[in-house]
Design a protein around this ligand. Structure first.
Ligand SMILES: *Cc1c(COP(=O)(O)O)cnc(C)c1O
Length: 232
């Protein structure tokens, strides 16, 4: 077995153990493999090992890979910042975007989504711990933005994405993740028009997967623990 397929198996084992520990269903947490900086060959290898969902941060790099891998039935998620001048590439090439932090970008994505494609599946990125240098909508503004985004015709609002500050230890990580889960539940409970499929809490990376699952994550984004240290 290759290192990559070993690593993938290891991550699935961690997700399964975390679900058991949290008394959650095994299939309640999806794995997004973050392939940024890795080439098309590494993605092909991960696909051969059973992985179909991939996350990318750098839009032009991602579009080159998506084009090169068009023969495979892959699902591509944009998890990096989206500048106005890159929104068209996201609208035309990705299935999901997790990093919606303002209405202007959401509006452009909706306007630019090609009519022959299904709606773009989107999450709002929330700056949960209020770091002034981080992207993401402020928690107190998330519900209002969710209502506006849910109303856009070519987007389907699926949930929230968070990148909390790194913390050490399970308890400290859980404490950071809990407010995100509470905000997610609050927006879900609002039952916004157009947000019938609000079901995704994109939370947890290689170092805090267990705490994220304990707190209610439904999609973990894992790079290093699958592909190894980043290239370039
Ligand atoms: C790079 C990245 C990840 C993956 O992080 P690892 O520590 O490599 O698992 C997850 N989410 C986002 C937004 C990233 O940029």
């Amino acid at each position: 077995m290759t290192t990559l397929s070993n690593n993938l198996q290891g991550i699935h084992a961690r997700i399964t153990a975390a679900c058991t520990q949290a008394a959650r269903a095994q299939d309640s947490v999806a794995l997004l493999a973050v392939s940024k900086t890795w080439g098309a060959a590494a993605v092909r290898e991960a696909f051969a090992a059973g992985q179909t969902r991939f996350g990318e941060n750098y839009i032009q790099e991602a579009v080159d890979k998506i084009t090169a891998l068009h023969d495979l039935p892959l699902e591509w998620h944009c998890i990096g910042p989206i500048q106005s001048n890159k929104s068209r590439l996201v609208a035309e090439h990705f299935h999901w975007a997790h990093s919606i932090d303002r209405l202007k970008i959401a509006q452009r994505l909706s306007d630019q989504r090609p009519p022959q494609l299904p709606p773009l599946q989107v999450c709002l990125q929330v700056n949960v711990d209020g770091g002034s240098t981080k992207s993401g909508v402020r928690p107190q503004d998330a519900l209002a933005l969710a209502a506006q985004v849910a109303a856009l015709p070519r987007l389907c609002l699926r949930g929230l994405m968070v990148i909390p500050e790194p913390a050490t230890g399970f308890a400290a990580q859980c404490a950071l993740h809990q407010p995100s889960k509470a905000l997610f539940d609050q927006i879900a409970a609002a039952a916004l028009p157009g947000a019938q499929r609000f079901d995704t809490l994109s939370m947890g990376m290689s170092a805090d997967l267990e705490a994220a699952v304990a707190a209610g994550s439904t999609m973990v984004r894992i790079g290093t623990a699958i592909f190894g240290g980043r290239q370039g």
